[in-house]
Design a protein around this ligand. Structure first.
Ligand code: FES
Length: 106
């Protein structure tokens, strides 16, 4: 089962064991990790599941679609080149060890 590492703004590091095909957002909420609101439940309509994906994983992710790209212009904390919506990030074994940082504001 792939591990995804989430780092909160205060530096707390949480390792999530995620079933393949589950989104990073779903795994984070299931673990009780604070910092993701996911108000729309993963429908790519709220931008409250914003994360910053560390390299080298950011370059290995599937490209975002137009909807995710548009929603990333609505994040609470400024969009960066490595910004993604965690509900759109489906975990695969290739992403084992991926590190995502949570913004201070969603
Ligand atoms: Fe709403 Fe990801 S949960 S955009």
């Amino acid at each position: 089962m792939p591990n995804i590492i989430c780092i909160t703004p205060d530096g707390q590091r949480t390792e999530l064991q995620v079933t393949e095909g589950t989104s990073v957002m779903q795994a984070a909420l299931a673990s009780g990790l604070p910092g993701l609101n996911a108000d729309c439940g993963g429908a790519c309509q709220c931008a409250t599941c914003h994360v910053y994906v560390e390299q080298p994983w950011a370059d290995q992710l599937a490209s975002m679609d137009e909807t995710e790209d548009a929603m990333l212009d609505c994040t609470g904390e400024p969009r960066q080149p490595n910004s993604r919506l965690s509900c759109q990030l489906m975990v695969t074994t290739a992403l084992n060890g991926m590190v995502v940082r949570l913004p201070a504001v969603q």
